[in-house]
Ligand binder design. Structure first.
Ligand code: GLU
Length: 592
């Protein structure tokens, strides 16, 4: 294996240093543009909209509509993003909720500055590096133990107080209306409920809400959540303190410690460690964004505890150091960036972020990319500040942990030029499966994003008050200081490759933004086999296999949303045409 790494490195050294060798290389394999797409399900959903005065893309019609109506009434992008996030808590309750967490990347046009908010859940103070050791992953998924201290309400509150114009009460109003009037159950909601039915039935509160007649609500029926409407109403009235130490907090702690298991259920449901003091101690945090330059553009992302910004950024830097960028290079750069993510990124003070995002380190890593796929697994590099040679890394690769395809992402731009990219999540589809009785909302199971261990030295082991490493990658792209694009996706660790691939589709491979989102995806996360969608395999498998890549099929990767500023005030909002039933894009006005 060592020799193979060395010879691959040697091969690319030749191509990096000798112009004739580089020009003799075959043209890099680039993805084919997607065919015109069709939409499934909800006919009200339009995946692409273009216009002026503000724009929104989410996975859901009601959420997009709510955000647009906030913008039309004079709210700004932050007000609209919170309003949309709260609606997604109703209509996409298995991906997002007030009891979850997330990350917001925000461009403030007035200040001409990018801010980020870390609303990630935290581990309770009683949690230690060994608290998850030996627990089967699937058992942790549906437990009180995996529920992190919720960050979403603190995130909304901080965002609104710092950058918004709405009160929390105002921002929750559209969601209260949707929860009260109900929304039409689509195939995705139905399927997600059905996939969860086995565990939902094991909790009295969850079965009552989501399996109303002992079965998932049928497609086309109207689903109301009056308890959640009331929870939002109370939250608006009483403020975030109701959750962070008050009555709602007490109910959450009680649910985590004594999950309402259905009598007769044989499920082993582990209780959690959360205390009211953990909720009191929670803070959403303003953090510096990550920033890299890529081919003249500036790319801003989310810093640790998310690995989104650092991993997308490192991969872009590696690609920029290569003489050409094709699908092979995309997969290899991603493989290397994931090796470094696993070794160095977590909620720890010593993440070598500056080095991971340095051009010197990227060049050293790029040196390992040859004409064929490198051997699995790629070892992490040495972001030690001493670069220049084509160093063979000495570290040991960490396995990629199991992460599901959940979460949601939304983008908003307003008439003042402010832009939000916002990922929010409760981790698994359906979180930990436990609805807080009487409150209409599922708890998160975000703490399963920690490394369970034993794994000495792993930056992502649990710890008191620690935030599990995330892959969420809300991303903003600038050209000469002006925002040109916003993008993000759900999908666990595939979020990173989805965002990366969309950026390459758009900026390297000549696709429009709608094409860039629709194009078939592949995800290489330092795994032996690259996961890829069927259409990607049909188009590229044979050629990439001839270069040493191995594949496994993944029916659907990600569910992205994005915005592009087309110039002279025109904005294009883009959602998925088909993945997860397609998303919803709208603009404030189609005319200037
Ligand atoms: N928990 C994941 C993360 O923070 C997001 C959930 C998902 O997309 O699976 O990276």
């Amino acid at each position: 294996m060592r020799r193979a790494i060395f010879s691959a490195a040697a091969a690319v050294l030749v191509s990096l240093t000798s112009a004739p060798a580089a020009s003799a290389q075959s043209t890099p394999q680039q993805p084919q543009r997607p065919q015109a797409f069709q939409q499934r399900h909800d006919p009200r959903k339009v995946p692409v909209a273009e216009g002026y005065g503000g724009a929104v893309a989410t996975v859901d019609h009601d959420a997009t509509k709510a955000a647009i109506s906030v913008l039309k009434k004079g709210g700004n992008a932050i007000d609209a993003a919170v309003a949309a996030g709260a609606v997604l808590g109703i209509t996409e309750p298995y991906s997002a909720g007030l009891t979850g967490g997330g990350f917001m990347v925000y461009y403030d046009a007035g200040k001409r500055k990018v801010f980020t908010i870390d609303g990630r859940e935290t581990a309770p103070r009683k949690m230690t590096a060994t608290s998850l050791e030996g627990i089967p992953f699937d058992e942790a998924v549906t437990s009180g133990l995996s529920a992190g201290v919720p960050g979403t309400v603190a995130n909304w509150d901080l965002a609104l107080r710092t950058f918004g114009t709405y009160s929390l009460k105002q921002a929750l109003q559209p969601a209260i209306e949707v929860a009260t009037k109900g929304f039409v159950v689509d195939q995705t909601f139905h399927d997600q409920t059905a996939a969860n039915a086995d565990r939902f039935k094991d909790f009295t509160s969850t079965a009552r809400l989501y399996l109303p007649n002992g079965a998932p609500p049928p497609v086309g029926s109207v689903f109301k959540n009056p308890e959640l409407a009331n929870t939002y109403r109370e939250l608006g009235k009483r403020g975030p303190g109701w959750l962070y130490g008050g009555g709602l907090g007490k109910e959450i702690v009680a649910t985590v410690k004594r999950p309402p298991v259905t009598p007769g259920s044989t499920r082993n449901v582990r209780p959690g460690l959360m205390e009211l003091s953990d909720l009191r101690a929670y803070r959403a945090l303003l953090r510096e964004p990550t920033k890299v330059s890529y081919k003249g553009l500036e790319v801003y992302g989310m810093a640790p505890p998310s690995s989104g910004g650092s991993t997308v950024g490192e991969a872009l830097n590696i690609l920029e150091a290569l003489p050409q960028v094709g699908l092979h290079e995309y997969l290899e750069a991603s493989r290397l960036a994931f090796a470094d993510r696993g070794a160095y990124v977590g909620d720890i003070p010593r993440v070598p972020l500056k080095e991971l995002l340095s051009d010197g380190f990227a060049k050293e890593r790029a040196c390992l990319i040859g004409q064929t796929a490198m051997p699995h697994p790629a070892a992490p590099g040495d972001p030690d500040g001493r670069y220049g040679r084509c160093d063979r890394p000495s570290g040991t690769a960490t396995p990629v942990a199991k992460e599901g395809p959940e979460t949601t992402h939304l983008v908003v731009a307003d008439r003042w030029g402010n832009v939000v990219a916002y990922n929010l999540t409760i981790e698994s589809t359906g979180g930990n499966g436990i609805v807080v009785p009487g409150r209409g909302v599922l708890l998160n199971n975000e703490l399963t994003d920690f490394t369970f261990g034993p794994a000495p030295g792993d930056p992502n082991l649990p710890g008191p008050g620690k935030r599990p490493r995330s892959s969420m990658a809300p991303t903003l792209v600038f050209d000469d200081g002006r925002p040109v694009l916003a993008v993000g996706s759900p999908g666990g660790s595939t979020i990173i490759t989805t965002v990366l691939q969309i950026l390459l589709n758009r900026y390297d491979w000549g696709m429009t933004l709608p094409e860039a989102l629709a194009a078939p995806r592949a995800t290489q996360r330092n795994t032996e086999r690259t996961e890829a969608e069927p259409a990607f395999l049909a188009a590229h498998q044979a050629e990439l296999e001839s270069m040493g890549h191995a594949f496994t099929e993944n029916p659907e990767i990600g569910a992205a949303t994005a915005l592009e500023f087309l110039g002279r005030g025109r904005i294009q909002a883009v959602a998925e045409p088909t993945r997860r039933g397609g998303g919803s894009a709208m603009v404030v006005s189609t005319r200037r």
